[in-house]
Design a binder for this molecule. Structure first.
Ligand SMILES: Nc1nc2c(c(=O)[nH]1)N[C@H]1C(S)=C(S)[C@@H](COP(=O)(O)OP(=O)(O)OC[C@H]3O[C@@H](n4cnc5c(=O)[nH]c(N)nc54)[C@H](O)[C@@H]3O)O[C@H]1N2
Ligand SMILES: Nc1nc2c(c(=O)[nH]1)N[C@H]1C(S)=C(S)[C@@H](COP(=O)(O)OP(=O)(O)OC[C@H]3O[C@@H](n4cnc5c(=O)[nH]c(N)nc54)[C@H](O)[C@@H]3O)O[C@H]1N2
Ligand SMILES: [Mo]
Length: 699
């Protein structure tokens, strides 16, 4: 029976994924009853991933926080008591007012990509904390190393058109697992394969994607920079070059030739753990065709040399001239082509008194240290939204110790009672994507997607923006920018006069739900140069890096922790651990939903038969994975999907749902990358041993 009040509302998937799907929500009598991928949106193509296909279970989950609460137990214990919104907001405002009178930089916002929406993720929140004069947060936890490396070579986060990749004859999938983390992008790669393209996957693990490729190369983690240098060496030595393209569109070719002469395949072989012949063959195959695409992802930027690795890889297509063809070249992110008005969204000009309080930045990737060391001023309050730092930040023992501080005032605004929420003094209920308005750009295609609210907020949940408007009023702020409606914020997000914004007008977007930015189709961004660097060239020699006193040329930055770069550490902890995305989780989002917990089973550690045998380990046994920073437990999966010397824990588990109160970040390091000050999650040596059954472990 069809309900009288049935409507279809256009929505956007808010999650941190390159695909940013357009969705349609059917609402009957105020309740969302059906959610599907929009058919007409080319990239979404009517399909959703395994997780978001069941999104309504998340929206209507009985685990949703429905009203504000204050902590009644110890920090981390997770015991709370219901309070009113008035009490919650008054408490926060009073605390912030007190701290701000002394030094507002004692207050730190902490957010990431729980929603990727411009409105709920980077508008009023930014304005509010700017106006307050709070510390700035360096949002580095995902992609900042790769972004910086790409920027040094290419200039901005712009790359090959993901809808045109069928033009490529050879595709390298490098440091990414699109079947898991970029499913809609994978559809285009598969189409290329059907049309005859050869797919090569470069990943330490034989991932779901590697299984479907023509060739899989498994370098040791953190060694992609060396592999790319050796490929350049072979291309140059073999004269597999587009000399015209190089002359017209690149900077520093002669210096590059000189630099990479030393980086032969024989040099790279022991570093990468790949045979020199395989490296040479890869480079020759790459150099033989101009119609090549490198689809990089951020899996390879989470190590000491993550910035340089991406910088080196980004040099390859300019050597062969691959950029001449649409869908060819390389693709890391498409985000840099959206004509966003960042100043209008975030209003950094609202910062009150830069002379008295020089702006201070805190790196989110080292939040444990930031909370534990006395800064100037120390952090006395943290306001967490759109993120779950206790579970996702590296070196969780330190992160938890920081959040344990009795004198730290902690606000968490969340949909669920996450590991981080357990440390809140005040816990606020947040709306889901179906309950608020938003506007999305993306890093995986060239469409903007609008999100119209479909249902009323559940319980007393409020959108991020609404809470900041209420707090601004309580703090006596009067700037109109702090009280703008979500609709007005969305309407001003794009620079109207930028030709790329043609077609992105708010009314048009809201009506159809999505629109491609106004770019030629297909889009070949660097077919005739026009790189986004200062020189307008692809910079083999980077003037930006030179100015900063850094090595201006491609170089090799070894991992902090590996058998070759740190043999003393490797004698105690010989195995390299990586903890890439699990198929049924999205970072820690969805990792509390029964359906997905059931599918993932329990934390697993994939280990090669040779490494397992050495330690007397069999599949199904409970393992303890440890190093000097900490330990966590997982069930052994003995498999040749991982190469010897590497172990893999699909992630990210909620600590409190993992069985032992820990996840892979118990052992990861909070050291930072060479560029972009990013985290090094996949640069981590461990040892693995049998663990006693959990019962015997009590105490
Ligand atoms: N289902 C699902 N989808 C997701 C996510 C999720 O958690 N779950 N996360 C989202 C987020 S936050 C992001 S940033 C994006 C991208 O997410 P990424 O974390 O970049 O994930 P993947 O694209 O899966 O790439 C990880 C792959 O890189 C490999 N890898 C690890 N270390 C190295 C290395 O040193 N070199 C090379 N060559 N490969 C390495 C891993 O084995 C893995 O197969 O995906 C998003 N999509
Ligand atoms: N070991 C290991 N650690 C990793 C990674 C890894 O591969 N291995 N990957 C890293 C990467 S790439 C990333 S991007 C980070 C991800 O780290 P985060 O961005 O922190 O991602 P999530 O864990 O999904 O947490 C997002 C939270 O935001 C909440 N949320 C969603 N929408 C809203 C909203 O509208 N309002 C509010 N207030 N809250 C909302 C969700 O419920 C969720 O709990 O993790 C990093 N950590
Ligand atoms: Mo990420």
């Amino acid at each position: 029976m069809s309900a009288a009040n049935s409507t279809v509302v256009r929505a956007a998937c808010p999650h941190d994924c390159p695909d940013t799907c357009a969705m349609e929500v059917t609402v009957e009598d105020g309740r969302a009853v059906r959610l599907r991928g929009a058919d007409a949106m080319p990239f979404t193509n009517g399909a959703l991933c395994t997780k978001v296909a069941h999104y309504l279970e998340r929206v209507y989950s009985d685990q949703r926080l429905r009203y504000p609460m204050k902590r009644v137990g110890r920090k981390g214990e997770g015991r709370f008591e219901r309070i009113s919104w008035d009490e919650a907001l008054d408490t926060i405002a009073a605390k912030f007012r007190d701290l701000a009178a002394d030094d507002p930089r004692a207050i730190l916002p902490y957010s990431f990509a729980g929603t990727m929406g411009l409105v709920q993720g980077e508008s009023l929140d930014r304005r509010f904390f700017h106006r307050l004069g709070a510390s700035f947060l360096e949002r580095t936890i995902c992609s900042s190393a790769g972004t910086a490396g790409w920027k040094a070579t290419i200039g901005a986060s712009v790359g090959a058109d993901p809808e045109a990749v069928v033009n490529a004859e050879l595709i390298l999938i490098w440091g990414g697992n699109p079947i898991v983390s970029n499913l809609h992008g994978w559809r285009y790669l598969q189409e290329a394969k059907r049309k005859g393209a050869r797919l090569i996957c470069i990943d330490p693990r034989r991932s779901e994607t590697a299984e479907k490729c023509d060739l899989h190369l498994a370098p040791l983690p953190g060694t992609d920079g060396a592999l790319a240098l050796a490929m350049m060496n072979v291309l140059i030595a073999g004269n597999l070059l587009d000399r015209d393209y190089i002359a017209a569109n690149t900077l520093g070719f002669d210096a590059l030739v000189e630099r990479v002469a030393q980086f032969t395949p024989d040099w790279a072989a022991p570093l990468t753990g790949l045979p020199a012949a395989a490296i040479r063959e890869l480079a020759l195959e790459y150099g033989r065709s101009q119609r090549t695409l490198i689809r990089l992802n951020y899996g390879l930027n989470r190590c000491a040399g993550g910035g340089m690795a991406v910088r080196n890889i980004a040099c390859l297509p300019a050597l062969t001239g691959a950029w001449r063809h649409a869908g060819c070249g390389a693709l890391l992110s498409t985000s840099g082509n959206f004509p966003l008005d960042g100043q209008a969204l975030a209003r950094p000009d609202l910062y009150p008194d830069a002379e008295r309080f020089p702006p201070r930045s805190i790196n989110m990737s080292t939040i444990g240290e930031a909370l534990l060391t006395a800064g100037e001023p120390p952090i006395r309050a943290i306001y967490v939204y759109n993120s779950n730092p206790v579970a996702v930040a590296p070196d969780s023992n330190r992160v938890r110790a920081g959040f344990m501080r009795e004198d730290l005032f902690c606000v968490v605004h969340e949909l669920f009672q996450t590991d981080t929420a357990d440390y809140a003094d005040i816990l606020l209920p947040a709306t889901s994507q179906l309950e608020h308005r938003d506007l999305h750009t993306t890093y995986g295609h060239y469409y903007a997607v609008a999100n119209t609210p479909a249902i009323a907020p559940l319980g007393e949940a409020k959108p991020n923006t609404e809470v900041f408007r209420l707090l601004a009023a309580r703090l006596g702020f009067t700037e109109p920018a702090l009280f703008e409606s979500d609709e007005d914020i969305a309407a001003a997000a794009f620079r109207r006069r930028d030709p790329r914004a043609l077609g992105l007008e708010p009314e048009k977007l809201a009506a159809r739900g999505w629109a491609r930015i106004n770019l030629p189709r297909p889009f070949a961004p660097f077919a005739s140069g026009e790189f986004r660097t200062a020189s307008g060239k692809c910079e083999f020699y980077s003037e930006m890096l030179a100015r900063r006193g850094q090595d201006p040329l491609p170089a090799w930055h070894p991992p902090y922790e590996s058998v070759l770069s740190n043999p003393a550490l490797a004698r105690r902890y010989p195995l390299a651990l990586i903890s890439p995305p699990a198929r049924n989780f999205l970072n820690t989002s969805f990792a509390n939903m029964p359906r997905f917990l059931e599918r993932e089973g329990s934390p697993r550690l994939e280990i090669h038969p040779a490494d397992a045998e050495l330690r007397g380990i069999a599949s199904g046994q409970r393992l303890r994975i440890h190093n000097d920073r900490g330990a966590f437990h997982a069930l052994a999966v003995v498999t040749d999907k991982v190469r010897p010397g590497v172990v893999v824990c699909p992630s990210i588990w909620w600590q409190k749902l993992s069985g032992d109160g820990e996840n892979a970040n118990a052992v990861t390091s909070s050291a930072l990358t060479d560029m972009g000050r990013g985290p090094v999650f996949y640069d981590c040596l461990v040892e693995v041993v049998h663990a006693p059954a959990p019962a015997a472990e009590a105490g």
